[in-house]
Ligand binder design. Structure first.
Ligand SMILES: [Zn+2]
Ligand SMILES: [Zn+2]
Length: 394
């Protein structure tokens, strides 16, 4: 059957995703709205077809992320999804991203990318603004204590210098798109002719102009992917999930807004992840440490050695210290991001009972046991709740 394969070759069918939405965005089930937003922004920029020309897989991934974001960014739909999964959302309103144009999806969530015309992309008011970018750095708790510098490398789309962003080969210039007569939009009959829908012109993708003689360096896109290296100052006291914003290190306005990239550059957001520490747990500006304590030390009282983030200090345990007792060592926590004032180190005692006794120890303890009058009252087992309360209350 000649011609048949050619007829179908340009159609790619992508099934709606059945992958877990949290997995698609690479976030925890407990992720906050901000984390979900950031994850989506990062992935949408990564998979955007402008950055992956002709890559059907990237386009499918881009659409899958949009679908996941649409659900998880809406608290009502998210809670339905959390309870009933994909089945719960069946038949509820939502977009069919697979049949949507990439640019339309992108502008749907335009506000989170930073790009646009002062927030009104289509209205054409204001100065065009390029997209924000995001990159991530990992810090240790020790670096949170002192603040640090990090070299980051990221990619961004910059104006192609060869064609000054026009996308046209030297000596030629873009021509008016014949499909939309330069309007960037076309009207289509929808739902059997009942409605007329205005959509982005598929031929020029909204630009209104087409390049016939393409610039070799940018393949007609007017933008090229450029690697950029920066040294970023990260302030002491920063928290996981917070970001350092570097103004004007994002992208110039996209080509369809301003071919030569005139306007405001987007920003770069450097998102911080703080690694878990093997000894300390962070609670706001406080540090928590569980300190193994011999039951004899707890019973008799002792001066014990406590590690701090950079050194160590001593703590006077009073006689009769209980398991799970809290001691606050002032100023040995982390600095507050704003005030710089350091939080506390909270020591939580963990009584250690000897696993083995030698003969003389056993005799001594047995002797002691004869003299002991234990008053044991049942208590709530939720030690951690108690610790939390005590830390917050302190
Ligand atoms: Zn070029
Ligand atoms: Zn057009």
């Amino acid at each position: 059957m000649p011609g048949l394969s050619a007829q179908f070759s340009s159609t790619v069918f992508v099934m709606p995703t059945t992958r877990d939405y949290y997995e698609v965005l690479g976030v925890e089930k407990s992720a906050s709205g901000d984390e979900i937003k950031r994850a989506y922004r990062r992935l949408a920029m990564k998979h955007h077809p402008d950055r992956n020309p002709g890559d059907a897989q990237a386009e499918a991934a881009f659409k899958e992320c949009a679908e996941a974001y649409e659900v998880l960014s809406n608290s009502e739909r998210r809670s339905v999804y959390d309870r009933y999964g994909h089945a719960g959302l069946r038949g509820t309103p939502g977009h069919d991203f697979n049949s949507m144009n990439v640019d339309d999806i992108f502008s749907m969530f335009n506000d989170i990318f930073g790009g646009g015309m002062g927030g009104q992309r289509r209205a054409g008011r204001g100065v065009p603004r390029g997209y924000d970018l995001e990159t991530e750095v990992e810090l240790t708790l020790e670096e949170v204590l002192t603040g640090t510098e990090r070299d980051v490398e990221f990619k961004r789309l910059d104006v192609c210098e060869t064609c000054s962003g026009s996308g046209a080969k030297h000596g030629s210039s873009p021509t008016t798109c014949s499909t939309c007569a330069g309007q960037g939009q076309v009207a289509q009959a929808g739902l059997g002719g009942m409605f007329r829908m205005v959509t982005t012109c598929p031929h020029c993708r909204g630009r209104g102009k087409v390049v016939t003689d393409k610039c070799n360096d940018c393949r007609g896109n007017g933008r090229v992917s450029v690697k950029r290296n920066l040294t970023i100052k990260i302030p002491a006291g920063i928290h996981s999930g917070q970001a350092v914003r570097v103004a004007s290190e994002g992208e110039p306005p996209p080509q369809e807004m301003s071919p030569e990239g005139k306007g405001i550059r987007g920003d770069l957001h450097v998102v911080v992840r703080v690694q878990d520490h093997k000894q300390f747990e962070r609670d706001g500006d406080d540090l928590l440490i569980a300190l193994p304590t011999a039951f004899t030390q707890a019973a008799l009282g002792a001066e014990i050695n406590v590690p701090t983030l950079t050194d160590h200090t001593t703590l006077d345990l009073p006689p009769g210290t209980q398991h799970g007792a809290l001691f606050r060592i002032e100023g040995e926590g982390l600095p507050n991001l704003r005030s710089g004032r350091r939080g506390d180190l909270v020591v939580i005692t963990q009584l250690v009972v000897p696993r083995k006794l030698n003969d003389s120890q056993r005799e001594l303890l047995a002797e002691y046991a004869k003299s002991e009058k234990l008053e044991i009252k049942a208590q709530s087992p939720s030690l951690w709740a108690k610790i939390k309360d005590a830390v917050k209350g302190g």
